[in-house]
Write a protein that binds this ligand. Structure first.
Ligand code: ZN
Ligand code: ZN
Length: 349
């Protein structure tokens, strides 16, 4: 059985995850869908979270943003009449982690230990090409772009990031502004953690570095379900996992070998349903295997070209990744994937 509430939200359209061609923002639709038993997915436009209802309270993954969290809390109070006891962050990036304060009266907050480093006042790990180039401990507009040819497909590399986060409108986004609506975790773990509430078990594990450096995968053993965010499905995934990776920031500043290891960690888990922070369907293990295969093919082809002495411009021509021609954004992002892989492999030998 699946219950769906489609309620139009008044929350401002959030910035990351919106393809550039998605022009004029319609208000994101907020909904709750039953996944299996007491496990539900909550959605805000193309952002998703999950929650598990137990007799002693609710375990919620990402709060997503203040507006969604406020709406969700009202829904949970009305339907389930038990409080949220835990909020578990998939990772610390603002477009998934904001809004936790809504649940602070009843919940403990859980995240990977690197979240504390990312929230200690220094510049945090950021998705894609966000780098504090001038080392002034803030982001300026010119620092949140990838290389000039990289499409601004997520809206994160342009004005939306500033519209949402530059609260004092001084054209600098400081770590304090960036974290203003992200509640710090009370409980952190390094490798794996087990949480039990109301007779239900939830396993947390850190898959390694990929899109983020503080990622958590949530495993719901009784429901045979897994939730993670932005890895493997990034913000460009909508209807299918057959979508070229964004490859922003030469793969978010983490070695491609770590990405592959992360995929294999996910593949080794025992599950039937994969729920992702982006994308309308749920996924299966074969989707993860395909994504890992893509990375392995990309690494192999670019490595072979580099061994022949080819540089990024030549590799763009020769590494065609034909097998993936029908993937979403193949035309738009193939060259970027190749060039990003080149710089990644050059840096992390
Ligand atoms: Zn992210
Ligand atoms: Zn995302």
């Amino acid at each position: 059985m699946s219950t769906r509430y489609a309620i139009t939200s008044l929350v401002l359209l959030a910035c990351a995850g919106v393809p550039a061609q998605a022009a004029a923002p319609a208000a994101p639709v907020q909904s709750i869908t039953q996944i299996k038993g007491d496990l539900y997915r909550g959605s805000f436009g193309n952002w998703n979270t999950v929650f598990l209802v137990t007799p002693e309270g609710i375990v919620l993954a990402d709060p997503l943003n203040v507006g969604f969290a406020t709406w969700l809390k009202a829904q949970l109070d009305e339907r389930f009449k038990v409080p949220v006891r835990y909020v578990i962050y998939s990772h610390s990036h603002w477009d998934h982690a904001e809004g936790g304060n809504v649940f602070a009266a009843t919940a403990k907050f859980v995240g990977h230990e690197n979240m504390l480093r990312n929230m200690d006042g220094r510049i945090p790990h950021m998705p894609g090409g966000f780098v504090d180039l001038n080392d002034n401990r803030a982001f300026e507009r010119e620092e949140i772009r990838d290389r000039p040819t990289h499409p601004d497909y997520r809206g994160v590399c342009g004005s939306n990031f500033f519209a949402r986060l530059d609260v004092d409108r001084d054209d600098h986004v400081t770590p304090a502004e960036y974290h203003a609506n992200i509640r710090r975790p009370d409980i952190v773990y390094s490798d794996r953690m087990t949480l039990v509430l109301g007779g239900k078990r939830i396993e947390l594990l850190h898959p390694g570095k990929n899109h983020a450096n503080d990622g958590t995968v949530l495993v719901f053993p009784a429901e045979r379900a897994v939730f993670s965010s932005d890895f493997p499905a990034d913000a460009l995934v909508t209807a299918s996992m057959r979508s070229m990776p964004s490859a922003c920031g030469n793969f978010d500043g983490h070695p491609l070998a770590d990405w592959v290891r992360s995929y294999r960690t996910l593949e080794a888990l025992d599950f039937d349903v994969l729920i992702q922070g982006h994308g309308s369907p749920t996924f299966v293990k074969a989707d993860v295997a395909e994504g890992r295969q893509y990375f392995e093919d990309l690494i192999a082809d670019v490595t072979a070209g580099m061994a022949k002495g080819l540089g990024p411009d030549e590799l763009k021509q020769t590494v065609r990744l034909e097998k993936y021609r029908d993937w979403q954004n193949y035309e738009r992002l193939r060259e970027d994937n190749v060039v990003s892989a080149y710089y990644n492999l050059k840096l992390y030998r």
